[in-house]
Design a protein around this ligand. Structure first.
Ligand SMILES: *[C@@H]1O[C@H](CO)[C@@H](O)[C@H](O)[C@H]1NC(C)=O
Length: 127
């Protein structure tokens, strides 16, 4: 019983696309790339995913942003004026919790390890 509940919970944790709950993502406003931002955790509205935006000027990344974004906007690119230059902003989206942290593999692995631990170790412990 515990195991079944846990498997469901863990699946939700790993695959928010199952729509168990809204995604949690990091948020940093659009700002100069390299400028320090202490990311704020935010809960996205339904149907939104985590996004990392990059503003490029001739291949060089000059702006970055982390936020929630509507799925259908993930592939959009737009040009903004920044310090007198044209900067092309594009997004890369992902749909698991905290996946736009910038160190996504680490965070995802940590979540995965936690989920595995919760699924396997805790029920064994409790029984
Ligand atoms: C920026 O874009 C505008 C219109 O999109 C264009 O007229 C202008 O020449 C561009 N400037 C540079 C520096 O590329």
């Amino acid at each position: 019983m515990y195991r079944a509940v846990c498997v469901v919970l863990c699946a939700c944790l790993l695959l928010p696309a199952l729509r168990c709950e809204n995604l949690l993502c990091y948020y940093c406003p659009l700002q100069s790339n390299g400028e320090v931002c202490r990311p704020v955790l935010s809960e996205c509205p339904p149907q939104e995913v985590c996004s990392t935006a990059r503003g490029r000027n001739g291949g060089r990344v000059v702006l970055s942003q982390q936020s929630c974004l509507a799925k259908h906007e993930c592939h959009l690119e737009y040009v903004i004026k920044y310090k007198g230059t044209n900067v092309t902003v594009s997004h890369s989206c992902c749909d698991w919790h905290y996946c736009n942290s910038g160190s996504r593999i680490t965070v995802h692995s940590a979540l995965f390890a936690l989920a595995v631990a919760t699924t396997i170790i805790l029920p064994a412990w409790a029984s």
